[in-house]
Design a protein. Structure first.
Length: 297
């Protein structure tokens, strides 16, 4: 028995902010802990840029290399294209490592931030003053976006426009035929990732089943349509909307269709990897289109 899942992030909500158009960011060389944002690393230069543009400073204190939680924040929040776009268009992004010496340590001390800490985001005006009070444990896209809007309001800037949302549900796959490629761990990612409106997939485990975590855009792909198409593809027989106990599968079980192809080893966003995994072996030309900033049609 196999499963596919569409789960919430590590918070109690089922709705997260992600791109609705599925446009892909350029390939990035950032450490996983800091996501896909184009970061500045010079504090004084960031303040000068903020003064010139009127955009507040989005100051990320992050452990690099970091713990599993730091990496998850980078992948799931700062790797989210809608979050990346909101940061880069409305703020002056600045990254300070909280586990380095030199200038990073000086800025850490200036703001009285603890070293080797989980990620903390602070919002500054062009004089380096906090626009809103510091807050710990803001680790999901919804909460971070709320604080971005609070900082923008304080700075007299327009709030971030509402983005299309994605939702997650879950259900076990049907038993597959002998020799079917989907019998390999995480194989459901291939068929589910190829459905229009599916944004991201991830292999995992739930209730003793191998499952696929799926983010989908309900404005493009209503839940009932996703369920029907997943069942027609032979990768789902049941849907869950509330559950606990999900855990991510090892890296070796992620995006199995990419392994051994020309895309293997490339630095890809979650969205790119999802679509490349769906089409790498069946429609290489379509897969190639997802290496640019324009999605395939």
């Amino acid at each position: 028995m196999r499963s596919f899942s569409i789960l919430p992030h590590a918070v109690s909500v089922l709705v997260v902010i992600v791109t609705g158009s599925l446009q892909m960011p350029s390939l990035a060389q950032n450490p996983v802990e800091v996501g896909k944002v184009s970061w500045g690393r010079d504090f004084d230069a960031a303040l000068a840029a903020s003064k010139a543009s009127g955009k507040p400073v989005f100051l990320l204190f992050q452990e690099v290399p970091g713990c599993a939680g730091c990496k998850q924040f980078g992948r799931d929040v700062l790797g989210d294209p809608a979050v990346v776009k909101a940061i880069e268009e409305n703020f002056t992004p600045l990254l300070i490592h909280n586990n380095k010496t030199g200038r990073d340590a000086e800025i850490l001390k200036r703001f009285n931030e603890p070293a080797w800490n989980f990620q903390v985001v602070r919002f500054l005006d062009s004089n380096g003053r906090d626009l809103i009070p510091r807050k710990d444990r803001v680790w999901d896209a919804t909460a971070l976006t709320a604080r971005m809007n609070a900082a923008l309001e304080k700075a007299g800037q327009p709030e971030i426009a509402a983005a299309r949302r994605t939702e997650r549900v879950a259900g076990p796959e049907a038993v597959l035929g002998e020799g079917d490629a989907l019998r390999t761990p995480g194989g459901g990612e291939m068929k589910l990732g190829g459905i229009d409106g599916v944004v991201r997939t991830e292999a995992g485990f739930l209730d003793g089943h191998e499952v696929t975590l799926v983010d989908y855009d309900p404005q493009t792909l209503p839940l009932e349509s996703l369920t029907r198409m997943a069942k027609e593809a032979g990768v789902a027989t049941k849907v869950y909307t509330r559950f606990n106990g999900y855990r991510r599968a090892p890296d070796s079980d992620q995006k199995r269709q990419l392994q051994g192809t020309k895309y293997d080893g490339l630095k890809l966003s979650h969205e790119q990897a999802t679509k490349l995994n769906a089409f790498a072996r069946t429609a290489p030309a379509k897969a190639d289109a997802y290496l640019s900033n324009q999605p395939a049609r």
